[in-house]
Ligand binder design. Structure first.
Ligand code: SF4
Length: 455
């Protein structure tokens, strides 16, 4: 094929069976639709895609040779197809092990992943006159923070939840794809990334923690590795929906070093082991109090947010008291509590011992009465300290910001008083704008919000 436009040019080598040929056609169609041109030789290509076959030994050899030739002749190579899904005896991706210089490797039938790799390594320049969307896509969040969805669906079957029935089992996005989106967001001005999924700790389980490529480096699709990569982007990174599995301990040192926000959103839902078993909760066998103590020993600044359900079917007074005792011991920072309410289709509806609504509400009220002074005490510990905050809005009364302990929409705010001195006024003019991270001396707190002035 000959070069057809001014856009970046891609060489394409298509090997294998008719199914692979169809994959090649789909990739070429997408490339053309996005304005990429095709090159007829290696020298005229800005990048080469090799679609491989991995069926029999001869096909493997032919594919590996083709990749070697493309690397020698051009140097910038993306590999896709059946061989891309094969591992060697050590479990390492065969293509990556044989040709470590390839930019990215995907398995077969992976048009989206191939296009992500092309976007990462040969982005088509954004043309504001012809492109209908900005590079980071259309976002509903303000420009300075964004949600980063790393997976869809869930492998658990919590008895009060119907999300797996609606969204299916866990499907993790390969780490290379997630990191490319994160980098695009940061380039577009995002200063805070909020990592979300149904079960962030389980990230990559469905892919067997498969190795993918981040900027040409092989990296496993796994929570710890993802958090380490995100920590290198130089923006705030906040983790939501983290279940307390042992490997969560691996990210606490990153929080202690200030590379990731010292914030964990851990939906405990209950504390009593029997209730957790009836709820069929993930990590229900973990010793959560011990884990919280260990986390705080590593990272004393850690903020823990959680949600709980009061009045779950069959919850005895003793089990509820156990939950209250857990609250007193755990001293969580931010806590929400819902009175249990049946969801159509949830298996918990069939459990014996449903509690009357009035009792469920009464327990929710008792729960909050225990937690409120704890939360207020945790907030007061910030008074007198200097905290970095991210500015969400600037107005005549000063600025509204959030500390590292505050996720947008669900936690509190830090209200910054307008400048009161000439030096403060200068610093305010130079630094206080939406999305900026500034230092604030905290002077007041209630159970939800903080007040302070520019430090
Ligand atoms: S509540 Fe349980 S089943 Fe529902 S999404 Fe969360 S972990 Fe999955």
């Amino acid at each position: 094929m000959t070069a057809t436009s001014e856009g970046p040019r891609i060489g394409f080598v298509s090997l294998g069976c008719p199914k692979a040929l169809v994959d090649s056609e789909q990739i070429l169609t997408q490339l053309r639709a996005e304005g990429y041109a095709t090159a007829h030789d290696y020298a005229g290509a800005d990048l080469v895609i090799v679609n491989t076959c991995g069926f029999i030994d001869a096909a493997v050899t032919e594919s590996l040779d083709a990749i070697g030739e493309a690397l020698a002749e051009n140097g910038r190579v993306i590999v896709t197809g059946c061989l891309g899904a094969r591992s060697d005896a050590t479990g390492t991706n065969l293509v990556a092990a044989t040709h470590p210089r390839v930019l990215a490797v995907t398995g077969p039938h992976a048009v989206g992943e191939v296009m992500d790799a092309v976007h990462a390594h040969l982005p088509r320049p954004h043309d504001p006159f012809t492109d209908l969307v900005p590079p980071q896509g259309v976002k509903l969040t303000p420009t300075h923070y964004a949600y980063l969805k790393i997976a869809e669906g869930c492998n658990h079957r919590c008895s009060f939840c119907i999300i797996p029935a609606m969204r299916g089992d866990l499907v993790s996005r390969p780490i290379g794809e997630v990191m490319r989106e994160a980098e695009t967001l940061v380039k577009a001005g995002v200063a805070e990334l909020l990592v979300v999924s149904q079960d962030t700790s389980a990230y990559g389980v469905d892919l067997k923690y498969r190795t993918d490529f981040v900027a040409g480096r092989p990296v496993r699709t796994r929570m710890t590795e993802l958090v380490k990569e995100l920590a290198g982007l130089g923006v705030w990174v906040r983790l939501h929906y983290v279940y307390p599995y042992p490997h969560v301990d691996e990210i606490l040192p990153l929080m202690a070093e200030g590379r990731v926000l010292p914030y964990l959103d851990v939906p405990f839902q209950h504390a009593h082991p029997d209730v957790l078993r009836r709820m069929k909760r993930p990590a229900s066998g973990e010793k959560n109090l011990d884990r919280i103590r260990a986390w705080r020993a590593v990272c004393p600044e850690l903020t823990i947010r959680s949600t709980f359900i009061a009045g779950f079917p069959g919850e005895t007074e003793a089990e509820f008291e156990y939950l209250l005792e857990f609250l007193r011991e755990a001293e969580l920072d931010r806590v929400g509590c819902f009175a249990y309410s049946p969801v159509d289709g949830a298996s918990a509806n069939d459990l014996p011992g449903a509690l009357p609504e009035a009792l469920r509400e009464e327990r929710r009220g008792r729960f909050m009465a225990v937690q409120e002074p704890i939360g207020a005490r945790r907030m007061r510990r910030h008074v007198g300290s200097i905290q970095p905050v991210i500015v969400d809005a600037v107005n005549a009364d000063g600025a509204i910001a959030r500390s590292r302990a505050d996720a947008p929409e669900i936690d509190g705010n830090v209200f910054i008083a307008p400048p009161s001195s000439i030096s403060q006024r200068n610093r305010w003019r130079d630094g206080v704008r939406v999305g900026a991270i500034v230092k604030v001396r905290i002077s007041g707190a209630d159970g939800h919000d903080l007040w302070g002035e520019l430090a």
